[in-house]
Design a protein around this ligand. Structure first.
Ligand SMILES: [Zn+2]
Ligand SMILES: [Zn+2]
Length: 404
């Protein structure tokens, strides 16, 4: 059976109103994430990666006590028989060289999560907050997570400021040593895709994950993975990442990497987003060295191969343009679509052109079909600015930098 899994969703606030991720939405609580996944998104497994925060642990305990959720035998929490919630934690590490990176640890039980939270509280200044710096290296954090029985995945591993390839190293093996063999997967991040990752030799036997890194409810599922498993549980998820007994990652669904915030090198001096042959290391327009390196530019720099070499176990990476990126799809249109088709997944992948046209008009329907087929013209993002789908107005002037 195939299951839709998004394994990187933040928490904005605890239900008490206490901040967990300051830049996250106020209504992004543990329970609301489960509700959104069940009622609007059509997602089977959601991993919440701010669960080591004690106010969030309190919320999880409330959900269990009320009977709204229950711990299941295979690991994870079941919500209304619809969604499996996986408990996770994103933590920031620092290498001796100074580079910082983010990592995701996933826990089978609430007990393991609490043990991790207790241990981590010795290292971070404020355990209540999301993605805190712990002062450990990635290798050291791996051991802490491993000791709690968690599995461990380097997060958005090419992004410029807080990731292993983006800010710390050319080689995961150099960072993790023997422990690299105990890491089942890496997270691509919004600005990369499987084809780019498959230009790096040491990633060939890792599963690849495309997750939303959502900071608000509507962004849950903007990237996700389709996993072949027997049921929606922690144990099955881990077997799928290790490709055991026919479980595996069947496909990734992600943004065209040009829509990500860090796809190309960005000039901090003049605001130019690189458009030329990667790797761009100096601003093409003003010559400044003060740049934020793009994910594409970084991957080209460290690639072992000029062309992707897909291992035989790799499923397809399907581009999808989340509905919020489609020009002309505002809140009203989005709600009308979800009411008619049941979930965003159904709108994006199942609704026919005719059905879409009847619901929101031919013009919007056409754009949604183009988004599905990957034919919407896009302008690449960089330096923390999302790429975007171009409208008719823009495409009149195709010489704009960054369009390709
Ligand atoms: Zn992160
Ligand atoms: Zn410049």
């Amino acid at each position: 059976m195939l299951f839709v899994c998004d394994l990187h969703v933040h928490i904005g606030r605890a239900s008490t109103g206490e901040a967990v991720k300051i830049t996250g939405a106020r209504d992004l609580t543990f329970e609301n994430i489960a509700k959104e996944a069940a009622e609007r998104k059509g997602i089977d497994i959601v991993a919440v990666i701010d669960c080591a925060s004690p106010p969030v642990i309190a919320d999880i305990e409330t959900c269990l006590a009320s009977g709204e959720m229950e711990e299941i035998a295979g690991g994870g929490l079941r919500y209304r028989d619809q969604v499996t919630m996986i408990l996770g934690a994103e933590i920031e590490t620092r290498e001796k060289t100074g580079g910082m990176s983010h990592h995701l640890s996933y826990f089978r039980t609430l007990q393991q999560l609490k043990q991790f939270s207790d241990t981590l509280s010795q290292y971070v200044t404020n355990i209540n907050l999301s993605s805190q710096a712990c002062g450990l290296t990635a290798r050291e954090l791996f051991t802490v997570a491993d000791d709690c029985g968690a599995f461990f995945i380097p997060a958005h591993c090419f992004t410029p400021h807080k990731s292993l390839y983006g800010a710390c190293t050319d080689s995961m093996t150099a960072i993790f040593g023997d422990a690299w063999q105990k890491i089942p997967a890496i997270e691509l991040g919004l600005s990369a895709d499987a084809y780019l990752a498959d230009r790096i030799a040491e990633l060939a036997d890792k599963s690849l994950l495309a997750n939303s890194d959502a900071h608000s409810l509507p962004r849950i599922g903007r990237e996700y993975n389709l996993l072949e498993m027997e049921s929606a549980s922690y144990d099955e998820l881990l077997m799928a990442l290790w490709r055991q007994e026919r479980r595996h990652v069947a496909a990734n669904f992600g943004l065209d990497p040009r829509l990500g915030k860090y796809h190309r090198t960005y000039c901090e001096a003049c605001g130019h987003i690189a458009a030329g042959e990667p790797p761009v290391q100096i601003c093409e327009r003003c010559g400044s060295h003060n740049i934020t390196r793009g994910v594409l530019d970084r991957i080209v720099q460290i690639a072992d191969y000029d062309e992707p070499r897909q291992p035989s176990h790799r499923g397809p990476y399907q581009y999808q343009v989340p509905l919020q990126f489609v020009p002309g799809v505002g809140t009203v249109t989005l709600n009308r679509l979800i009411n008619r088709f049941g979930s965003e997944m159904a709108v994006l992948h199942q609704a026919t052109r005719e059905e879409l046209g009847q619901t929101v008009g031919q013009k919007a329907a056409e754009l949604i079909i183009q988004a599905r087929e990957g034919t919407l013209p896009l302008q690449a993002g960089g330096g923390g600015r999302y790429g975007r789908a171009l409208t008719e107005k823009d495409t009149g002037q195709m010489s704009l930098p960054g369009i390709y």
